[in-house]
Write a protein that binds this ligand. Structure first.
Ligand code: EPZ
Length: 416
């Protein structure tokens, strides 16, 4: 177990470099199962979700080695993983289903886990794979699927990121053409499609709501660099806003941050963009606004806790509506203990800004809420301890070190 000990930080300032995107690295690692050739994924962040997925890939028979910041993957003869319990450690574990099925014609995997922010079923994944010709049935806590995949037209009832990724990876080796309609358009969908095309796939339309895939016979190895992490960048942008800071966030793609920059401008921050960096300056009191989480290019659900924390310190009444997950306001109880004035009604939070938070002993309920509570603790008067930081370390590389480099008074304490 480990805990963050955080003292009031009047102002974050300086420069911070964003790592590559967790939610792009994870499907791309799973896609390594699609070829027997070795491939190199460059500058992979050292976060526990990557470590867990690497151990699942090894359980599938792949050879995965880290060389400095890069990971090499080679899956000569992939098989279904034996360790069901490990599948429950993260949501992205379900992304091995499409590749193993496409490569071997049969897969039996445990159900995924992930942040407890909603029910998070996999019905769209299974429905799409069945449309591609896989027959399947539940097998206790596992899902068994088999069949030679053939191209199909698939309509997703909602633009599921994971289902789009799984079905893209399944379709690249299917016989014939596949169209995925109402597909997710997140930056990591485009990155996965680019990676698959680097391996010899024929995918067009990624980033739009219609993705067309022409099945190929064989996929080959490649070297690939991942996009910067949109949500990590947004987290540091909002941390600057919440602490009256002045921070340059480097190694970003500003286009991916448009919705976050727009909201920070609305509440009174200054935003300066260059080709691969964004500066956030909060030099005057922040004011209220309304936010609704939506699929990309809307405001990201993974930034909802962070912006809520900042709106809790902004003058006036703000409203945040969570339209993607049905249980993503759990952290509000912890934030209330720090003095926030927030009322949650269904999927809406009504936020009356307060002059400041006060330190408390709290716990991180999940990855993004944990990061948001760290931001609240930096802005709070007094001292805050945050337990269960393992959730935060699932998705943020060197989080406390990067914050400390911006002047944050934050220490990681092992509580063994
Ligand atoms: C991915 O989760 C991300 N995780 C999540 O980030 C992110 O919040 C989410 O996309 C939305 O952007 C990874 O990429 C590893 P969805 P995923 O399928 O794929 C429902 C983080 O903090 N749904 O787009 O699970 C689902 O219940 C994490 O980095 C079905 O009903 O998201 C949810 O309400 C948290 N049936 C909505 O769709 C399905 O078969 C969006 O889920 C699949 C999803």
């Amino acid at each position: 177990m480990a805990t963050y000990l955080i003292r009031h930080t009047p102002r974050l300032s300086g420069e911070v470099e964003v790592s590559t995107a967790k939610n792009a690295v994870l499907p791309i690692l799973a896609a390594g199962l699609l070829t027997e050739d070795p491939l190199i994924i460059k500058e992979v962040p050292r976060i526990t979700d990557v470590e867990t997925l690497v151990s699942i890939l090894r359980d599938c028979g792949a050879e995965v080695n880290r060389s400095g910041a890069d990971l090499s993957v080679c899956a000569l003869q992939p098989q279904s993983p034996q360790n069901e319990e490990r599948m429950r450690k993260l949501r992205a574990s379900i992304l091995i289903l499409g590749p193993i099925l496409a490569r071997t014609g049969s897969a039996c995997v445990g159900l995924p886990g992930g942040c407890a922010i909603g029910q998070r079923p996999i019905d769209l994944h299974l429905k799409g794979l069945q449309a591609l010709g896989a027959q399947g049935h539940p097998l206790g806590g596992m899902r068994q699927l088999s069949g030679r995949l053939t191209g199909a037209r698939i309509y997703l009832d909602l633009p599921s990121v994971g289902a789009t990724e799984n079905l893209m990876m399944a379709a690249v080796l299917a016989q014939g053409n596949t169209v995925i309609e109402n597909a997710a358009k997140e930056p990591h969908i485009v990155d996965l499609a680019n990676f698959l095309n680097s391996m010899g796939a024929d995918i067009r339309g990624a980033g739009t709501d219609t993705i067309k895939i022409r099945g190929v016979e064989h996929m080959h190895g490649c070297n690939y660099s991942i996009i910067p992490d949109q949500i990590e960048a947004g987290t540091y942008m909002v941390a600057a806003a919440a602490t009256d800071g002045n921070v340059l966030i480097k190694n970003v793609i500003p286009k991916h941050l448009e919705s976050i920059s727009a909201k920070l401008l609305e509440i009174g921050c200054e935003i300066e963009e260059s080709d691969d960096a964004v500066r956030v300056v909060a030099s005057k009191p922040l004011t209220h606004t309304h936010v609704k989480t939506l699929p990309y290019p809307g405001f990201p659900t993974d930034m909802q806790p962070q912006i809520t924390v900042t709106l809790g310190l902004s003058k006036g009444t703000s409203i945040v509506t969570e339209s993607i997950f049905e249980n993503r306001f759990k952290y509000v109880d912890e934030l209330t203990r720090m003095g926030a004035n927030i009322k949650v009604e269904g999927n809406t939070a009504i936020i009356d800004g307060v002059p400041g938070y006060t330190g408390a002993s709290i716990s991180a309920p999940d990855l993004r809420a944990g990061a948001a509570l760290v931001i609240a603790a930096l802005a709070a008067e007094g001292i805050t301890t945050i337990d269960d930081i393992k959730y935060i370390e699932r998705g943020y590389e060197d989080f406390h070190l990067k914050l400390a480099s911006l002047g944050a008074q934050i220490d990681k304490i092992s509580t063994e």
